[in-house]
Design a protein around this ligand. Structure first.
Ligand code: HEM
Length: 490
């Protein structure tokens, strides 16, 4: 009798495994048969970028895998990604639930993680304020210039000693968010500011690992905080309380800041009796979003550019020669110089392509079934637009995709050429709203940096390798650089 019960149970388990969990042929191929409860967890590697490159070679442009019961689909190739995010974009505008978002206490608020009409209104308000600050009044460029003066003084003060520029560059790009949000920058040694930045660093470090809790909620109870549930929760709480203390409580005082413009508009809509999702909660979350999405991305891109300039000294020399010729050394480069510095612009774009820092940004969620490339992405699936597959596509860029060649972005008349396939800021209605901010920042920082400094490897002739660490974004392996002040050399 007992044996019969064991056999029946075994048959039932096998039936469930091979029957119910059989791969649906309408779905893109799955690299291995998903297991009950854990899905494909056992074959997933921490470096999704490398793994997705390999799986694309084996399974084609679309493949799928399960995290627990959550179906994930990865879409590669420019044509497929364009079809997904542009043509079918309205069916995947939302984002799937993520543990870190719930830890903020303001889930699905702000812009990065919100959905539906709330996302639409918050994003439109964010874009309109950024447009006003960035383009209408050109305050953004002014604030960036002011910050650059402080940043370059710190670099000059390093005295040419080998240094890792990560912390100071993060502090500096974060200060831009502070200037935009509340109209003031913080000294680099301000205790609260440093605490906030260190805590934001912890959040960035813990994001990927803590995301496992999204799919396996019981993991947060494992002793030792292995999945960083407690650390990320307390980090986020700390950042949110600093946002309230330093931003929301004082940001409304000076005009022309993101916070004061948002608050005024919120009041106007309420007084006019308009239905609105604008609120203090959404504002707090947007400030958090600006730090999460807008500081590390910019700093990481600067660090990649410096690392490439060490690996390609002849490119660094060409950048300097162009700046010396077109701008000189007597004044800081400004946005009026942007069109003249073609080679520098091309270098920045090529560095963005090669570093591919947002190889995989936060995923989207299908809100209806989507048909693409002969497969069905069902409602509820998390979908990843694999931007890395575009950056390294030999059909677009040629067979030297692993080499830094700024000339790719310059046409035969010496003018800047931006192919449609260059899309580090994403595609479609949910593409990066900070694109213009990031472009202004990258141009002004790098123009000022290459104008004033020569960047040298710690040891002559052996530059740090241009290798990456995969996390929330694709960062260079920490490296040191000697920053030589050209003014001190004269
Ligand atoms: C080099 C720098 C940057 C890169 C490469 C980058 C790239 C991206 C990408 C690929 C996305 C995802 C779009 C999608 O889901 O389809 C995104 C979203 C976003 N970015 Fe950026 N970004 C950068 C800088 C910034 C800056 C400076 C800001 C500050 C305003 C910013 C704010 C955001 C926000 C708020 C979102 C979420 C948009 C939404 O969900 O509607 N980013 N970014």
């Amino acid at each position: 009798m007992d044996l019969l019960l064991v056999l029946v149970t075994l048959v039932l388990v096998l039936l469930i495994y091979f029957g119910l969990l059989r791969h649906d042929p309408r779905l893109p191929p799955c690299p291995s048969r998903p297991l009950p409860i854990i899905g494909n967890l056992l074959v997933l590697q921490p470096d999704s970028r490398a793994q997705f490159r390999k799986w694309r070679q084996e399974f084609g442009d679309l493949f799928s895998f399960y995290m627990g019961r959550q179906l994930n689909v990865v879409v590669s190739g420019h044509a497929n990604i364009k079809e997904l995010l542009l043509k079918k974009g309205d069916d995947c505008l939302d984002r799937p639930r993520m543990f870190f978002d719930e830890a903020t206490g303001l889930p699905q608020k702000g812009v990065v993680m919100s959905a539906g009409p709330e996302w639409k209104e918050q994003r439109a308000v964010m874009l309109s304020i950024l447009k006003d600050i960035g383009m209408g009044k050109n305050l953004l460029a002014e604030k960036i210039q002011e910050e650059i003066q402080n940043y370059t003084e710190v670099l000059a003060g390093l005295g040419g000693q080998p240094t890792n520029l990560r912390v100071i560059t993060n502090l500096s790009t974060s200060n831009i968010v502070c200037s935009v949000a509340v109209g003031r920058r913080f000294e680099y040694d301000d205790a609260d500011f440093r605490e906030m930045m260190t805590t934001l660093d912890h959040i960035a470090e813990d994001l990927s690992i803590s995301n496992m809790i999204t799919y396996f909620p019981l993991l947060k109870y494992i002793p030792g905080d292995i999945f960083r549930a407690n650390r990320i929760q307390s980090s986020i709480k700390k950042v949110m309380s600093l946002v309230v203390k330093h931003f929301l409580q004082s940001g409304g005082e000076s005009p022309d800041t993101f916070i004061s413009v948002y608050m005024k508009e919120c009041q106007r809509r309420r007084q006019a009796g308009e239905t609105t999702t604008m609120s203090e909660d959404n504002l707090a979350k947007i400030i958090f979003d600006l730090f999460i999405a807008g500081t590390e991305t910019a700093a990481t891109t600067i660090l990649w550019c410096i690392l490439y300039s060490l690996n390609y000294p002849e490119v660094q020399q060409k950048i300097y020669d162009e700046i010396e010729r077109e701008v000189g050394n007597e004044r800081l480069p400004s946005m009026q110089d942007k069109n003249k510095l073609v080679y520098l612009n091309a270098f920045i774009m090529e560095s963005q392509r090669l570093s591919s820092i947002t190889a995989l940004f936060f995923p989207r969620m299908c809100t209806s079934d989507i048909s693409i490339a002969g497969y069905t992405l069902p409602k509820g699936a998390a979908v990843h637009a694999n931007l890395d597959s575009i950056s390294y596509d030999e059909k677009i860029w040629g067979d030297n995709v692993h080499v830094l060649v700024p000339e790719r972005f310059i046409d035969e008349n010496g003018k800047l050429k931006v192919p449609e396939e260059f899309c580090p800021f994403g595609i479609g209605k949910r593409a990066c709203p900070g694109e213009s901010w990031a472009k202004t920042l990258l141009f002004l920082y790098l123009a000022a940096m290459f104008q004033r400094f020569k960047f040298l490897s710690p040891t002559d002739g052996s530059p740090p390798p241009a290798d990456y660490v995969f996390g929330t974004d694709v960062c260079p392996v920490p490296y040191e650089v000697r920053v030589i002040d050209r003014r001190a050399e004269k």
